[in-house]
Ligand binder design. Structure first.
Ligand SMILES: CC(C)(COP(=O)(O)OP(=O)(O)OC[C@H]1O[C@@H](n2cnc3c(N)ncnc32)[C@H](O)[C@@H]1OP(=O)(O)O)[C@@H](O)C(=O)NCCC(=O)NCCS
Length: 161
C-alpha cells in the first residue's frame, strides 16, 4: 500500500462523512455503546454542515493507493479537531501520518502546543505521541452523553525528546 497526504477537496465531503461514520461504528465499539456511536456518527448525516466544519479548519486527507481513507482537521492554531481513519486501513500508520502533518503545520504557524478532545478509544494513540491528559469532559450529542479527554502536547520536540 502506498500512502500519501494532500489537502481536502470540497467535493470529498460525502466520502469523508462515510469514512467518519465507518470509523466510529467499528473503531469506537469497545468504548461507546450502540446509541452513543449512532449519536456521534449522526454528526455527519447533514453532509452540508459536515462540509462546513471540514472547510472551517485546515483539513488534510490520507490516500491509500490514491484513494482517500482517512482525514484530519486543524481548528484554529492548535486544536486537532477531527482525526479519522477507515477501519479497513487502521493500524497501518495512517493516523500517525495525519497527526504528524498537522502537528508540523501547527508548529510552523507558531503554535506552542496541540490539544485534542480524544475519544476513549483514541487516548492510547495520543499517549503514544506524547500527549498528556488535561481534563475529562462529557459532551451531549443528540440524546446521548459521551465522555472524552482533553489531551495536550507541547510542540517543538520537548515532549518527544
Ligand atoms: C485513532 C485513529 C485515528 C488511529 O489511526 P491509525 O491509523 O489506526 O493509527 P496508527 O496506525 O498510526 O497507530 C499509531 C500507534 O497508535 C496505536 N494505536 C492506535 N489506535 C489504538 C488503540 N485504539 N489502542 C491502542 N493503541 C492504538 C497503534 O498501535 C500504533 O502504535 P505503534 O506505533 O506502536 O504500532 C483511528 O483508530 C480512528 O480513526 N479511530 C476512530 C475515530 C476516533 O476516535 N478518532 C479520534 C477522535 S479524537
Amino acid at each position: 500500500m502506498k500512502a500519501s497526504l494532500r489537502p481536502y477537496l470540497p467535493s470529498e465531503a460525502q466520502l469523508l462523512a462515510l469514512i467518519f461514520q465507518a470509523s466510529i461504528e467499528t473503531l469506537a465499539e469497545d468504548d461507546y455503546d450502540t446509541d452513543q456511536r449512532a449519536a456521534w456518527a449522526s454528526i455527519a448525516d447533514d453532509v452540508g454542515a459536515f462540509a462546513k466544519r471540514l472547510a472551517a479548519g485546515l483539513t488534510i486527507v490520507v490516500l491509500a493507493d490514491g484513494s482517500p481513507v482517512g482525514f484530519a482537521s486543524l481548528a484554529g492554531a492548535d486544536k486537532l479537531d477531527l482525526l479519522y481513519v477507515h477501519p479497513d486501513y487502521a493500524g497501518q500508520g495512517l493516523g500517525s501520518m495525519l497527526a504528524d502533518a498537522l502537528e508540523k503545520l501547527a508548529g510552523a504557524r507558531g503554535a506552542a502546543q496541540m490539544t485534542s478532545d480524544a475519544s476513549d478509544n483514541a487516548v492510547p494513540f495520543f499517549q503514544k505521541r506524547g500527549y498528556e491528559p488535561q481534563s475529562r469532559n462529557s459532551v451531549m450529542i443528540g440524546d446521548e452523553w459521551l465522555a472524552n479527554t482533553t489531551m495536550r502536547k507541547a510542540l517543538g520536540g520537548k515532549v518527544d525528546a
